[in-house]
Write a protein that binds this ligand. Sequence first.
Ligand SMILES: *[C@@H]1O[C@H](CO)[C@@H](O)[C@H](O)[C@H]1NC(C)=O
Ligand SMILES: *[C@@H]1O[C@H](CO)[C@@H](O)[C@H](O)[C@H]1NC(C)=O
Ligand SMILES: *[C@@H]1O[C@H](CO)[C@@H](O)[C@H](O)[C@H]1NC(C)=O
Ligand SMILES: *[C@@H]1O[C@H](CO)[C@@H](O)[C@H](O)[C@H]1NC(C)=O
Ligand SMILES: *[C@@H]1O[C@H](CO)[C@@H](O)[C@H](O)[C@H]1NC(C)=O
Ligand SMILES: *[C@@H]1O[C@H](CO)[C@@H](O)[C@H](O)[C@H]1NC(C)=O
Length: 392
Amino acid sequence: MLIRILVATVLCCSVGHTETANSCNGLYGNFSQHLASSTPYRYIANYNTTPVEFEGCNASKIWLVVRHGTRTPGKESHEFLKKRILEIHQDFINNLVEHEGNLCNADEIKSWSFNKKMNSPKWLTEEGEDELFTIAERMKLRFPQLLNKTFENTNYLFRYSNTQRAKISAQQFASGLFGRNEVEKIPLDKSLNEELLRFYEVCEKWKKDVKTSFLAALEYHKFIGSQLTNNTLKKLSSRLGLNYTLKFMDAKNIYVYCALETAWVKSKISPWCSVFDKTDLMVLEYSEDLIHYLMDGYTFELTCQQSCVLLKNMVEHFDNDDLNSKNGIFYFAHSGTVLKLLGLLKLYKDETELKHDNYFEMENRKWRTSKIDPFAANIAFVLYKYLNDSSD
Ligand SMILES: *[C@@H]1O[C@H](CO)[C@@H](O)[C@H](O)[C@H]1NC(C)=O
Ligand SMILES: *[C@@H]1O[C@H](CO)[C@@H](O)[C@H](O)[C@H]1NC(C)=O
Ligand SMILES: *[C@@H]1O[C@H](CO)[C@@H](O)[C@H](O)[C@H]1NC(C)=O
Ligand SMILES: *[C@@H]1O[C@H](CO)[C@@H](O)[C@H](O)[C@H]1NC(C)=O
Ligand SMILES: *[C@@H]1O[C@H](CO)[C@@H](O)[C@H](O)[C@H]1NC(C)=O
Ligand SMILES: *[C@@H]1O[C@H](CO)[C@@H](O)[C@H](O)[C@H]1NC(C)=O
C-alpha cells in the first residue's frame, strides 16, 4: 500500500516537473556564478579555513586590500528603481493574461514590490557587513600566529577610503578579528587623501583619457549595440510579455537589481533573476566584464600602472624590519582599486583582449568579474620568515 502511494507521488511530481521545464522559463541553475561586480561574496567565497603553513617558517606580516561589501545600488540604478522598474513591472502585469506561461514564477514577479530597505545609494547592507565579518573570522583561522590575538597585543593599521560603505566594512572586519565588544577600542583611520586607496580619482590623465572618454569605451558601446545583444533584448522582452523591446540599460538595471535584491535577504532569491535565461545572463555578464576590462583592466597601460602606489606600500611594509613596525595593514577600498591592482600583478590576463566581437571566443576567459570582482573581493600578501635565521 505504502509503496504504491510512493510510486504514484513520484510519478506525479516528475510529470509536473517535465511540463514546467518545457513551457516556461525558470531560474537558471548557475545564475549566481554570472552576476559580475554585483555578486555577493558568499557565492564565490573560499570557505577553506585550514591554516596556511610552511615548514620552518612563521607568518610575520600581512597586508590586505578589500573591496567594501554588498551595498545598495548606485545613483543610476537608484533612479531606475524609483521609476523605470515600476513601469516595466506594470507593463508586465498588464500583459500577464496573454503571456502567463512564459515565466515559471510569473506570480512571484506580479506580487513583487519595491524593497524598502533601500534608502540611500551605495550604503553597505547587512549582507555586506556579514561578508567582511566572516572573511576576518576565516583569516584568523588561516593565519593564527598573526591574527589570533587580543586587540591589546596587536600592531595593526586599519584604514578606509572615505565613504560610509568602506568605513563600516573596516568596522566589521575588525569585529571579526577581535570580537564585537572590542570594536569601539580599535582605531580605524579615515584616509586623509585618496591617493593611496583611490589613486585613480586623483589621476587627471586617466580620468580624461580613459574613464570619461567615449572612445576608450567604444568596444563596449559596439557590444551593447550588436546583433547578439539586440536578439537577447528581444527575447527577454517577449518573455516578459512586453509589446516593445527593452533598452539595454533597462535590462542591465534589472540584472543588477536581481543580484542586489538576492543579497539583501539570504534565504530568498530575487524573482527578477528568473526573467533571464542562460544566454541573457552570459551576455550581460560579458558586457560588464568588457567595460571593466576597458576601464579598470588591461586595455590601457596607464590604468593598472597607477596602482603601483599600493604595491610599493606593501613592499615597504614588508621591508620594514623595525620591531615596532606594523604586523598588519588592512585597507578598505573599492572595485576600481582591487581590479587595477590585479592588473598590475598581471593576474587573470587572457592571451586575447576582450572585444565587442569575440564574445564566443572568450567564453572561458580568465577576466570574469563574477569571480574576481564580487563585493568584498580581496587581495592579501603574507610575509613568512624562517624561524631559524635571525638575520633575515
Ligand atoms: C552549472 O555549472 C557546473 C559547473 O560548471 C556545470 O557542471 C553544470 O552543468 C551547470 N548547470 C547548469 C544548469 O547549467
Ligand atoms: C636550523 O639551522 C640549523 C643550523 O643552521 C639546521 O641544521 C636546521 O636544519 C635548521 N632548521 C630548520 C627548521 O630550518
Ligand atoms: C611567529 O610570529 C609571531 C608574529 O610575528 C610572533 O608573535 C610569534 O612569537 C612567532 N612565533 C615563533 C615560534 O617564532
Ligand atoms: C586562538 O587563541 C586562543 C586563546 O589563546 C586559543 O584558545 C585558540 O585555540 C586559538 N585559535 C587558533 C585557531 O589558534
Ligand atoms: C541594435 O539595436 C539598436 C537600437 O535599436 C540599433 O541602433 C542598432 O543598430 C542595432 N544593431 C544591429 C547590429 O542591428
Ligand atoms: C503597448 O500596449 C499598450 C497597452 O496595451 C499600448 O498603449 C501601447 O501603445 C503599446 N505600445 C506599442 C509600442 O505597441
